[in-house]
Write a protein that binds this ligand. Structure first.
Ligand code: ADP
Ligand code: MG
Length: 288
């Protein structure tokens, strides 16, 4: 049987934007010593807007880069894809179909569009395969950058910007005040990660992290004796959510993440996580 106090707490949590999928998750929430935040969708809005489209090849001007990129991006639900597709629609461009679509976890997408090989990938992919990129300021601005590769060469890049959620700073402050460490873990680049971490005065950040490395990082902290919570949204994050002592899926994320998580953050509001932990501590104090 579910102890009454837990049943009541669970009902109250639902009202506060949390769905608790198992009882131990609520009991465990008060033991959390470190929270790992996935950047997008929890601390940030997750509504990426295309900031710049830069072409390196006159054969593929900006609109053409966007059109070909959209061909592969229409197959994905990633925030980057959504941002690119919104821009394409706003410009009234009709999206071509892609064949042989392939998703490269934490790196990007590839497919064949109108007979051309099109890849839309992050800086980590470019580094991994030592791909030549023309000189530009792509690595300077605080922007999420994806390169558009056409038949193997970099034809240009598309940069996107997201916004920090208004509630995030207060959520981090509450956690810190209660002695809970917080870390940002993201597949995005250093500049974007540092900007979010600095703005929110977080304890630290790790950027360019591939999906399987997120899981390893959690394990590493657990081995050091930390009781770790992790927030995440994507299909990508399922292994990390499963590894965490308390896995928290954000409401707007994918079904796979939600199925793996112990807790679902219905309104994607990071302050609800802070409330949950404090509430968990208070509830169990009452029981003793
Ligand atoms: P996070 O959730 O931490 O932002 P992801 O693993 O989802 O990390 O993505 C990491 C990086 O992989 C992105 O910043 C981008 O460079 C690349 N990437 C992921 N998905 C896509 C996509 N749909 N299109 C282009 N690039 C992508
Ligand atoms: Mg993600």
């Amino acid at each position: 049987a579910v102890p009454l106090v837990v049943a009541i707490s669970t009902a109250i949590s639902a009202k506060n934007g949390l769905l608790i999928r198992n009882r131990t998750a609520f009991e465990n929430s008060r033991k959390i010593t470190t929270i790992i935040f996935d950047k997008t969708g929890t601390l940030t809005q997750g509504s990426h807007q295309v900031a710049r489209i830069v072409s390196f090849n006159p054969a593929f001007p900006e609109k053409e880069l966007l059109r070909l990129a959209a061909g592969v991006e229409q197959n994905s639900e990633h925030y980057i894809s959504q941002g690119i597709l919104i821009r394409v629609k706003a410009e009234g461009i009709s999206i071509p179909t892609a064949e042989g679509f392939n998703y490269l976890p934490g790196k990007g997408l590839e497919g064949t569009v109108e007979g051309k090989s099109v890849k839309v990938v992050g800086p980590n992919y470019i580094k991994e395969f030592s791909i030549q990129v023309p000189e530009s300021d792509a690595e300077e601005e605080v922007e999420t950058v994806v390169y558009v590769l056409i038949d193997g060469t970099v034809a240009g890049f598309i940069s996107l910007k997201d916004q920090i959620r208004p509630e995030s700073a207060e959520a981090i402050e509450i956690l810190k005040r209660n002695g809970i460490k917080n870390l940002l873990l993201t597949g995005d680049n250093d500049r974007v990660a540092k900007s979010v971490s600095d703005t929110l005065k977080m304890d630290g950040f790790l950027a360019n992290v591939l999906p399987h490395q997120k899981q390893e990082k959690i394990k590493e902290l657990q081995d050091k004796g930390e009781f770790v919570a992790m927030t995440g949204d994507g299909v990508n994050d399922a292994p990390a959510l499963a590894q965490a002592d308390v896995g928290i899926a954000v409401g707007s994320g994918t079904d796979v993440a939600a199925e793996t998580a112990d807790i679902i953050l219905v309104n994607s509001n990071p302050k609800d996580i802070a409330s949950l932990i404090l509430f968990g501590k208070a509830t169990y104090r009452k029981m003793i």
